[in-house]
Design a protein around this ligand. Sequence first.
Ligand code: AMP
Length: 484
Amino acid sequence: MNKENFMDYKLSKEIVRALDNLGYKHPTDVQSAVIPIALEKKDIAVKAQTGSGKTAAFGIPICEMVDWEENKPQALILTPTRELADQVKEDITNIGRFKRIKATAVYGKDSFSKQKAELKQKTHVVVGTPGRLLDHMDRGTLDLERLRFLVIDEADEMLKMGFIDQVEAIIHELPMDRMTMLFSATLPEDVVNLCHKYMENPTDIEVQATENTTHQIDHSLFIVKEKDKFNLLKDATIIENPDSCIVFCRTKEQVDNLYKLLDQFGYTCNKIHGGMEQSDRSYVMDQFKRGKFRYLVATDVAARGIDIENITHVVNYDIPLEKESYVHRIGRTGRAGKTGKAITFVTPYEEKFLEDIERFIGFEISRRSIPTKEEVANRKAAFDKKMKVQPTIKKEKSEQLNKGILKLYFNGGKKKKIRAVDFVGTIAKIEGVTADDIGIITIQDNVSYVDILNGKGSLVLHAMKNTTIKGKQLKVHEAIKKHR
Ligand code: AMP
């Protein structure tokens, strides 16, 4: 963090207000390095970890620079995982809330036709995984003719997952006259090549990862035989008694098994891995974010980019085989100035992976001795007590922002030839309401949703019951929860 202020960047009042509501008082290091250059529309290659505030580093200038009037997508953000795509979409929506920026996330294992319908509407920013984005491009359901901004997020991970051909195929279809930003936690050769090939004299920015990897996080490890791991996990969790913990395993089978065991032993837990349906994965992440359970058993799917507040502990039940993975996994804790603990289980055969990791992070992880029976017994009562208590439900970041916002449903949309400007024109004429009180507008074939801001929702709802739009009287009521 530094002492600069978001006001220093000539951002519009709608963006500054959203940042203020999100509780972002000062830009983080990566934000103060990136935002001024991005606002000049220069290409940028950034080495930064998740947790550094990198999403807002590209999200803020993009929200500032997109033109609300334009209906076709102007910004494309490529992410390696679906979870990250959802997360980035949410962050962009939060930052662009008062400018009514519409962001859409597209990724595989989710309904193509639903995404197609969303992409047909006004969309300023599209966030997605490469495979599904290409599908949309091939089938003509994603028009990129007006694209002006490209972000390649977590580039190293994207390439590691084998997306290079798809990423290049997408880039080839984009207008040349665009600005490109690339973010990567590490800069292996293929990422550097990507920058040279597709960016114009990019400004290189490197943000030290120290905050994330060393200062805020207490790293330790146990040397343990494979067969003793579960007992150690039980003992270690009793000793540590975490409020909120992710337990990482190498494979989905291991996640399934460990989850079953923890559940049997009464842990409030759930699991996430790539073999699960997307809707189940999203549900689990949402529940975990809200603090509905304390232990999440996960494969690396959950390790990248996911922004969950207040995770106190990360346990590497299986040591990651790739050194970068260690940094990404433990990056789930110690976020945004909080402290956290990272505990790694290492079997005697895995010491070579440990050496790699220690070389990569630049320090030795402290070895712990296996807890004694007595230590465990002493802490058991406190552990049992916490287990019986439902975790405090955490507020969604957007909840504060959503205060004073009412989403209205209207039973008419495209088929009745209604456009966003018709809503703005009609609603802004209601006495006591201005265009600034209108938030995101979503128009579908037969229905529309309009966010009304600043606590003016019921006033607008009441007025619209007797006001026509384009000469038509639509039914209007508060939108049901799932559309919010
Ligand atoms: P990211 O690196 O994008 O995953 O962001 C890490 C966390 O920092 C997220 O919880 C953000 O909401 C939060 N964050 C981003 N920018 C700021 C800021 N300027 N001040 C406070 N928190 C921030």
